[in-house]
Write a protein that binds this ligand. Structure first.
Ligand code: SF4
Length: 427
């Protein structure tokens, strides 16, 4: 791979599996995007790609099938609508995620996500880190997403004195899933950014290239890590309070949340255009990419529910589908081990009606981008093995979520047929 192509990563660009094509990821703070910006993504996907947009579990949008010669023009085009991809891939602070968009505390969380996004995006002090550095911010701990971040923030209080967050660190999935641990409880919001800076500096200074923060903790231990962070001047710094008008875009009070289910996070440009128009009419011009790869809207609670439901149905989004998070896998991703979309369709055929009561996730490799260890039923394509005919075919690991923490590995190295049998036993 040329040095230049590696450099593209910090601009949110990865090489695609197909030679000569690239994927561009767009970072969205807490998954929130305006309809004007969503239209720009749809237009770009048509103009530069093949007219498809992939929604990720981290609230980003991805466009595939891009040619190298178009990447600069695409970057400029996104800049005209205030979209950025800087740090969306590579060793940087990635998009700030939020899985609790509908919660009462979301306005405070969204505002904080915007501040974090603004502070760390294109901040060269926090680029060229040993590996990716993920921040997630949640209004509650229900979805357990705070456990899988390098820094996971959970809103613990919000009043006239500002918000406070419980700060978890060093979580991550991949080949060795590790839940984050509580680093400090009830941190005031004006200490959050300097504290994360201190954590990122320690990570950067003490971790070999290619390793996440969880690796550093396994090497030096929690106590030594806390000591190193405490030596950083910013660890105890308090920023001046943020004053002025609130900067969150999504209203929660007086609204009703509605979700357009997007199977496996696959949208066409036309569908994204239609959802943007729906948002202009009913959702205040705001769309949200959810942690389950759907698109959500907060509509005025006074609006007739039937009217909004039928409007969504008219543009092709209806019904309560099986929630199934699916990454692009070997269809598009360089490291994918299985054709995830085909596998998901096969699994669907093995599912009974009870499948709708569960949350499912399938990842195309152990990187676990769809967070299978946080799904009721999580599937990881774990290896490729030769069958009797000498053909290499994927094997799958199965995870089931327990009462707390990350999901437990319950089956390993299943063939697709064996996996289908297990799915039939579950539902
Ligand atoms: S889980 Fe693996 S195959 Fe799927 S998108 Fe992530 S890196 Fe690619």
């Amino acid at each position: 791979m040329s040095a230049q192509i590696t450099e593209y990563r910090l601009d949110g660009i990865y090489r695609q599996r197909q030679e000569g094509f690239f994927m561009q990821r767009v970072k969205l703070a807490a998954g929130v995007i305006s309809s004007e910006q969503a239209r720009a993504v749809a237009t770009a996907a048509t103009r530069f790609g093949k007219g498809t947009v992939h929604l990720t579990t981290r609230g980003s949008m991805e466009i595939h099938w891009l040619k190298e010669g178009d990447l600069l023009e695409l970057k400029s085009f996104f800049a005209t609508v205030g979209l950025t991809s800087r740090g969306a891939c590579g060793g940087a602070v990635r998009g700030v995620t939020c899985a609790s968009q509908g919660a009462a505390g979301f306005p405070a969380v969204e505002a904080m996500a915007r501040r974090l996004h603004r502070h760390f995006t294109a901040n060269t002090r926090f680029e060229r880190l040993p590996k990716k550095f993920k921040i997630g911010i949640e209004a509650d701990a229900v979805g357990r997403r705070h456990l899988i971040q390098d820094v996971g923030l959970v809103l613990s209080a919000s009043d006239d004195n500002g918000a406070r967050y419980d700060v978890y660190v060093a979580g991550g999935l991949g080949r060795e899933p590790q839940p984050g641990f509580l680093f400090e409880a009830g941190v005031a919001e004006d200490r959050i950014i300097p504290l994360i800076e201190a954590i990122a500096r320690v990570y950067s200074a003490h971790t070999p290239a290619g390793k996440r923060l969880k690796y550093l903790i396994s090497e030096i231990g929690e106590g030594e890590f806390r000591r190193l962070v405490s030596l950083e001047p910013s660890a105890s710094e308090v920023l001046p309070p943020v004053t002025g008008l609130p900067e969150n875009l999504v209203p929660v009070l007086g609204t009703r949340r509605i979700v357009a289910p997007v199977y496996a996070g696959e949208l066409t440009s036309d569908q994204l255009q239609a959802l943007s128009a729906f948002s202009d009419q009913f959702g205040g011009g705001i769309l949200m990419v959810t942690a389950d790869q759907d698109i959500a809207f907060h509509v005025d609670a006074q609006l007739d529910a039937d009217k909004t439901t039928s409007a969504l149905e008219r543009i092709g989004f209806s019904g309560h589908q099986v929630t199934f998070r699916v990454c692009p896998g070997s269809h598009l991703c360089l490291v994918g081990l299985s054709p995830t979309r085909d596998v998901a369709r096969t699994l669907h055929e093995s599912m009974g009606p009870a499948a709708k009561n569960l949350n499912w996730a399938l990842s195309g490799c152990p990187n676990s981008c769809t967070q299978p260890q946080l799904a009721d039923v999580g599937i990881v394509s774990s290896s490729l093995q030769k069958d009797e005919q000498g053909e290499r075919s994927p094997r799958f690991d199965l995870y089931r979520l327990g009462a707390e923490g990350l999901g437990n590995l319950v089956e390993q190295s299943l063939t697709l047929d064996e996996l289908c049998s297990k799915v039939r036993e579950i539902v």
